[in-house]
Every structure is written in C-alpha cells, then in structure tokens.
Design a protein around this ligand. Structure first.
Ligand code: GUN
Ligand code: ZN
Length: 442
C-alpha cells in the first residue's frame, strides 16, 4: 500500500514511556520539537526533529507541529455488546447486569444487530485513539466472528473471545460445556494469530460459571499455547459474598480461578477492587495483570481501587474503560479518572504523575496483553501505532498548551482537558485507522 512504500518523518511534540515509571525515574521521554520516523509500518527512530531530519535528508517530513504524538492507547477491558447501554447510572453491579445490561446482550443473537454495533464499537475505539484492545466479546459465536472481522477491516488490534457462562445470568446467555468447548475451538482456529488478532478465553466471571465450564477454560489454555485469558475479579461486595457461597472450598475469589490454573502471565483480571493481600501476592507471583477501571468502579459504586497496594505487591496494573459499566471510550479520560480516584483513596492511593498516566494508557496495557515487544511506546522496531492529538483552536487545551512550562505540565493538561474532539488521527502499523472529519489534512 502507498502508506508503506516510502519512509515518513512526522514532526510534532512527542511523548512516550519506554520505561515503567512505577519502577524507574525518568520514565517519560518527550521531544518538544520531535520527529517520528516511520518505515514499513514500524518505528524506525524517535527523537529530536532537527537531528533526525539531518540524518535522513531524503525522507519527506509531514509537519504536524501544534499537535502531539502519543503511542496508540491500549484499552485492557471493554465490552463490545455494551456500547448502546452506556450511561446506565444509578445501579450497582448485580442489578445493573440483570436489569440494564444482560437484556441488551441477548440481542447479539441476531447477526444484523451484532454487525451494526460492531461497526459502532470499532469506530468508537479508533476515534478515541485506541489502537489495541482486550475486548469482552459476546455470548454468541457469530457475533464474535463479526467483531473480529470488523476490527480486522479497520486495522484495529484486538484480543477477544466468546464470553461463556452456564448459570445465573439468563437462559439465552447460557451454554453447555461441550458447546462452549467446540465454539471456542472453532473461533480460536479462525482468529487466534490471524492478522493482528489474538484470542482470549473469556468466562464472564466465576459467579456465572460452573466448575465444569472453568475446566473447559483450563483445557483450552492447555491445548492452545499463546491464548490470553480474561475475566472479572473482586469487583463488588455482593458478588464476592456469592462467590464464597458457590465455591465454599476456595480460600478466596482468586482461589477459584487458581484451582483451574487460570492464573498466569497471560491473564488479565478486571477490577480487583477488593482483593486481599494474599490474592495480590499470588497474582504478582503468577505475573498476572489487573485491568483497573476507575470510571466503572465509581459509576457502579464498586469502590476505590487500592492501586498502591497492587503496586507494592508487584501486581501489574493497566487501564480499562469497561464500556458500558464505565463512562465512555476515552482512555485519556480514564487516566484522569484514575488520577482523581487515587487522590481521594485514603491510605491506599498511588501518587500518579503524568508519566504514570501515559504509561497506564499505553505501555502497561501492551504488557498486560503480552504485546509489549510490538506496541506501547516508540522504541525502534515497534509497530507504528500512534495517535495524533490536536487541540481545537479556541479550546481551553489550546490555551493551556501554549503556555505550559514543561513537558510534564503539558502532558498533565492533555490528560485533564483532551476529549475525543482532540483525536485528529489514529494510525495502526503505519496505516490510518481514523481521521477526524473536522481536522484539515496536512
Ligand atoms: N461482571 C460480570 N459481568 C460484568 C460486566 O459486564 N461488567 C462489569 N463491570 N462487571 C461484570
Ligand atoms: Zn467488565
């Protein structure tokens, strides 16, 4: 394709976090007059524009000054069949599921409905600057096929899978173990490792999974190396109480998944608001990640995420929008929400700098989904997945950015003020996945 045929040098203010700021000082790398050299869909170099232009005199420059280049965002927890029920305020988790969410998810039995929402969903991700996502699919295999195909057409990198449950939701969403096994195998053969797609074994949560169904998950993960695993964990007090009743033999919620060998470095557990010290230690030992979903935790009243306890225990944290429990697709907004919630988390809060926020929405997500050698920052050799942000003239961000005294201040103002309207372009593997209709193409 033409986009790949010749190298390109993009000139703008650049931010990325090639190191983990929870472990290293100076994790943020920024270039106020930066250059990002892209060749064959990959990052060839990232640095000061003037030096890069001098070293590559024959490469054409695209002048994007006045805007910001960031690595594409990685959303580590988002539900595709919940886009149309965003904004269901006033519930807590189990009531929200029963009365607001599951009736919508039933509609995905109809492929035409799934097709329409899949298009909306993929567009929502790329138009918010998300280039990779770990996605809860649907309970219906054809709807999952539609999601994988729609994402592939848009160039979006997704890790997703069939959501499986066999109790306590509603009969239309239940599946027996043998059907679940066969449907997963078929989807894995079709989509795992095809293009940019990967497959994740996805039991909804232990509450809606019998032991036989969790055994199916274990079997699949053993049969197909490289699969990811995602589910929910310790989100809500009533949910946790029920888990204790359903699995009396387990020492705690994590113990249920552990019993079926579902805890590994390829596992991402959403929420973990109420995990105990032993649970955190076991997740850390396994190298599992938590998808922290601050907007959802607040909207559903689930609680304040004890990030400091996770970090101190050595559990890797990334961010998820948790659409539709959350409040939308914006990962910058999610980063801000994480910051705000940690500020008011008495005793268990983490002090998050702008570098932490950038890491959480980019590289941490790449690590969580096992793609840190491919995406997450601008180190040479990585895929050219990036977002170009431009503050609309006359906007508060435009004014603040013009007067920011340092890279950190500027990045903080981006997290505080940048909404979807600032996402000018989203690129995956050196190809455009989204261009804002109102922004002039240079
Ligand atoms: N636990 C089980 N299903 C869900 C879901 O759809 N959203 C959230 N936030 N938690 C869950
Ligand atoms: Zn969720």
């Amino acid at each position: 394709m033409t986009e790949h045929s010749s190298p390109k040098l993009l000139r703008a203010t650049i931010f990325h976090t090639p190191r983990n700021p929870f472990r290293h000082h100076n994790a943020l790398e920024s270039f106020s007059d930066g250059g990002l050299l892209i060749e064959n869909g990959r990052i060839a170099a990232c640095g000061d524009y003037v030096a890069l232009a001098a070293a590559h005199p024959r490469v054409r420059t695209r002048d994007l000054r006045g805007g910001f280049l960031l690595p594409g965002f990685v959303d580590t927890h988002v539900h595709y069949p919940q886009l149309r029920i965003l904004g269901g305020l006033g519930y807590s988790l189990l009531d929200w599921l029963e009365h607001h969410t599951l009736p919508e998810e039933v509609k995905f039995a109809a492929p035409e409905y799934a097709q329409a929402v899949a298009a909306e969903f993929v567009h929502a991700l790329v138009s918010h600057g998300t280039t990779s996502a770990l996605v809860f699919g649907s309970h219906f295999a054809p709807a999952v096929t539609i999601l994988f195909e729609t994402a592939a057409k848009a160039g979006l990198r997704i890790v997703s899978g069939l959501v499986i449950s066999d109790r306590l939701l509603r009969p239309e969403l239940h599946v027996d173990a043998e059907t679940a096994y066969q449907a997963n195998r078929q989807l894995i053969r079709c989509f795992h490792g095809r293009g940019r797609a990967l497959y994740a074994v996805t039991p909804r949560f232990a509450l809606s999974a019998s032991e036989v169904l969790l055994e199916v998950c274990q079997t699949l993960l053993t049969e197909y190396p490289g699969l990811r695993f995602q589910t929910h964990l310790n989100e809500n007090a009533r949910e946790i109480e029920e888990i204790g009743r359903l699995f009396p033999w387990a020492s705690d919620y994590l113990g249920v998944y552990e019993h079926f060998h579902l805890i590994s470095s390829r596992s991402v557990f959403a929420h973990s608001v109420h995990s105990s010290r032993p649970e955190l230690e076991r997740m850390a030992a396994a190298g599992s990640y938590v998808a922290h979903c601050p907007s959802s935790n607040a909207a559903l009243g689930s609680g304040i995420f004890p990030m400091r306890r996770h970090i101190e225990a050595g559990v890797g944290c990334a961010l998820g929008t948790d659409v539709g429990g959350g409040t939308g697709f914006g990962m910058l907004k999610e980063g801000l929400q994480a910051y705000l919630m940690q500020r008011v988390a008495n005793g268990s809060g983490a002090a998050l700098s702008p570098a932490h926020l950038l890491y959480l929405v980019t590289r941490a997500g790449a690590e969580a989904i096992g793609l840190e050698t491919e995406v997450g920052d601008f180190q040479p050799g990585k895929s050219a997945d990036f977002v170009y942000l431009k503050a609309p003239a006359g906007s508060p961000l435009h004014a603040v950015a013009a007067h920011a005294g340092s890279a950190e201040r500027l990045l903080a103002s981006i997290f505080t003020l940048a909404g979807a309207e600032t996402v000018s372009e989203t690129w995956v593997a050196g190809m455009p996945a989204f261009r804002h209709a109102d922004h002039r193409r240079d």
